[in-house]
Design a protein around this ligand. Sequence first.
Ligand code: SAH
Length: 522
Amino acid sequence: MRANSLDLLRYAVRRVGTRSIGPRSGQCGLRWSSSETRQWSTPLAKQLAEVINTTGPVSVAAYMRQCLTSPDGGYYTRNTTDHDQFGVKGDFVTSPEISQVFGELVGIWLYTEWLAQGQKKKVQIIEVGPGRGTLMNDVLRAISTFKHFAMSVEAIYLVEASPHLMKQQAKLLCGTDELETHDLGWKSTCKYLPRCNIIWCEDIRFVPKEETSTPFILAHEFFDALPIHVFQNTASSTIPASSTILTPTGPIIPKHGPQVPKNHWHELVVSPVQSSSSTQKGDPEEFHLTVSKSPTPHSLYLPQTSERYKALSKIENAIIEISPESLSYISDFAIRIGGANSAPTTPPSSQSLSSTSQVSRSSPTPPFQKATPSGAALILDYGPATTIPANTLRGIRAHRPVSPFTSPGLVDLSADVDFLALAETALSSSPGVEVHGPVEQAFFLSTMGIEERAEKLVRKAKLGKDVVADMDDTVKRLEGGWKRLVDRGPTGMGRIYKAMAIVPYRDGVVRRPVGFGGDVVG
Ligand code: SAH
């Protein structure tokens, strides 16, 4: 159901709720005796505390990953049969849930790219993090009206971590939640394109990459849900010679004794508070952030991966957020569209360090090459256009901002997307792509014709409804919806949300896509 209460925007609630999570004093490596009498808000909170008590504080990324997608009660992966995360009754509302025009315009955008690229035959449509499936539903309905484009679609891939959301998506897109098993995960037949299977898998790595395929990839409010590492630049860092390095499997002592690399970036890590304290809103905070005194594998590596981070290395207490998983995803998108560099690329991700490692660097398989780059990726999310996000981890529950350190698994966690980091990684991963944007969502949707499309729907609604009260409601919802999506006020969705596109780069000719300053061609 589309939300008609437009002040329940996920974005607006989250932004208003952004609070600094500046580190509190504390020490890494503390151990807490497990108290059998301590009550935890959720089984996941207890589990996290027990793990941390055994191995030491964990990165914000590890905490986020567990809170969002742990099979044991993660926010997206827990059983939500009678109460899902989206909509008025849930925790937040997203753009596709506000107005059907959003998804329709995204479908039209894909069509314009398909035309501009010479109407390729073997099209894959891929969406990462489809939520309830509302965006894909509107996209496919729009695409099905362009017969030749629709005929060229070979398969639709949905990358989804939550088995419960997968079923909801299947109900909407296939008319059934009875999925058949498939080599990659699950499948069913698309109701809009009956020749096509929709195939679900848990990671984009499983989606087949073929030299002759043309992948069209969508990511709406996906990257903000991927885990971030947080680092603080502590100028007066004194790392003792005997310090240990924290690793996911426990602390290790550096081989070279006092030769600890000079490193002023310290990772912020999460550990349980000794006894939970109530926040202003009354929910007890069971975890908190501390600055790790010892280097972590990530603090030694990630802040060195971009000149943007290095430029901040002299600024005391600067905070940077880096999402290696986001960089792995964007690198994968770019390679699918443009092929890999002939030398295997090493995107600035913690691939070899992270337990969520995507592709082994020492992989014997040759890099994926594409004689003719083709396809496109459209990323819609919120975050600054050029600056590095800092202090943006936030929690939201029942449309209210809450501490990210309360009720793990019941609170949605998200962080701003670093668009420039995504753009840099896409460009360095593939010689066959160019990146456009980020542009404000208002610009993207307006140049895609949101006003004209909404007006058309309003006219249709006025003609079609016999009951005046119903018509008024529909018209209000249509008009309010599109205006909200392009609102450029200080906290408006049109300003804070951004659109970025990755498209093929060929023959030294730059072609601006529609919505990013270009015209329809082809
Ligand atoms: N795009 C949708 C939903 C956004 S919420 C919309 O805008 O309405 C984030 C989505 O990403 C959910 O479907 C969630 O289950 C999925 N997700 C979160 N982390 C994921 C991960 N690591 N891998 C795959 N899917 C993930």
